[in-house]
Ligand binder design. Structure first.
Ligand code: TXA
Ligand code: MG
Length: 343
């Protein structure tokens, strides 16, 4: 059942100075504003205000055991949000923030006393990221607090990669959205944990474990493969599910069977080209979402494709995963699996 609309959501233009000042003013008053980032759009609120953080959980319908990421515009500001428990933890932070910020890497480390229970869902750690979007950096530079920013979608729904997709699920539930550019990466940040003996990748993203390992000169373990360290709490909840009749995890046989049907098919360009060669054209009314052949392109368009599939809500959606399970495909594959209902 759709959640009720509670307020008018202001639509602000990222190129308009007065509009950005309005966003800053709203954030200073514990209100919620969706902002662009290079990964996905985020739902921003004052990360040090219990009232603003509570509103974020309410607007998204987010389970309270799923902690939020704090965002800053300077590594110096980020450092104050941690209280590193060892010299190695601090050294890892310095190396990673220098190598990957601004960018799609979230660092989880021992939290400082500034961090409230609400942000970290009671965990001893805090997650922090410095986003690359200049619009959002600009907003952050005018604030004297970090912004908590989960993806700007209702809980369980696909993450938004533009302002229009934010409005699809949050219109009437947040104070404003800043309409900026399409997110260039399109998948949420990689989440890396640095406070334990070993370094763990808690959520796959554009920055791979091997690129983190090269900077730290130590191995990085995927939490999903570890018996002792849990993946990010968010990874256990249902996610990215589009509103369609049913979602099917496809293979070549299912693709062949459904090619002439009206089902929506999400695949790589080369799968579409090969199937068309063998099986002819699809019905004119059928939607084929071919997202490119390279993992970066595929990731960039994945969430928009899930929202486009909703235009044919009465049809099934067949997701045809790439056959390669290389490190570069890991993040897109992870989100596709979750969209299809696998954990
Ligand atoms: O790219 C991103 O990270 C986007 C943009 C807006 O910055 N934000 C984002 O936030 O994806 P959200 O709330 O959708 O995902 C946050 C993830 C969740 O999986 C959460 O469990 C994890 O980060 N997380 C947050 N704090 C954590 C902590 N202390 N320990 C482990 N995982 C944590
Ligand atoms: Mg999210």
């Amino acid at each position: 059942m759709p959640l009720p609309r509670l307020m008018k959501t202001e639509v602000l233009d990222s190129k308009n100075r007065a509009h950005l000042n309005r966003a800053v003013d709203l954030l200073r008053h514990d209100r919620l504003v969706a902002l662009p980032t290079e990964t996905v759009y985020g739902l921003a609120g004052n990360g040090l205000s219990a009232a603003a953080v509570k509103k974020i959980y309410e607007a998204k319908g987010r389970p309270s055991d799923n902690p939020l990421i704090l965002h800053t515009d300077l590594a110096e500001k980020a450092r104050h949000l941690f209280c590193f428990a060892s010299a190695r933890e601090q050294e890892r932070f310095e190396l990673l923030s220098k190598a990957f910020w601004p960018g799609p890497l979230t660092i989880v480390g021992t939290k400082s006393s500034l961090i409230t229970r609400e942000i970290s869902a009671g965990l001893p750690t805090v997650a922090v990221r410095l986003p690359a979007s200049l619009v959002t950096q600009n907003v952050l530079s005018l604030l004297d607090f970090p912004l908590a920013m989960p993806s700007a979608n209702l809980s369980k729904r696909p993450s938004p990669t533009n302002g229009a997709e934010v409005l699809k699920t949050l219109e009437g539930r947040i104070d404003a959205v800043v309409m900026g550019e399409q997110s260039a990466i399109g998948l949420e940040s990689s989440v890396v944990r640095i406070d334990l003996d070993e370094v763990y990748m808690l959520r796959p993203g554009a920055i791979t474990p091997s690129s983190v390992g090269k900077i730290l000169l130590e191995p990085v373990v995927f939490a999903q493969n570890s018996s002792s360290v849990a993946a990010s709490p968010g990874c256990k909840h249902a996610h990215y599910v589009p509103n369609v009749r049913s979602i099917i995890w496809g293979d070549d046989t299912i693709l062949a069977q459904s090619w002439r049907s009206n089902a929506t098919i999400l695949c790589r360009n080369k799968d579409q080209v090969n199937a068309a060669k063998e099986l002819g054209s699809r019905p004119k009314t059928a939607l084929t979402l071919a997202l490119g052949d390279d993992p970066a392109d595929f990731g960039r368009f994945l969430y928009s494709a899930l929202y486009r599939a909703e235009e044919k809500a009465h049809e099934s959606l067949i997701i045809l995963p790439p056959k390669e399970e290389t490190e570069a495909w890991k993040a897109a594959l992870d989100r596709m699996r979750r969209a299809a209902g696998y954990q």
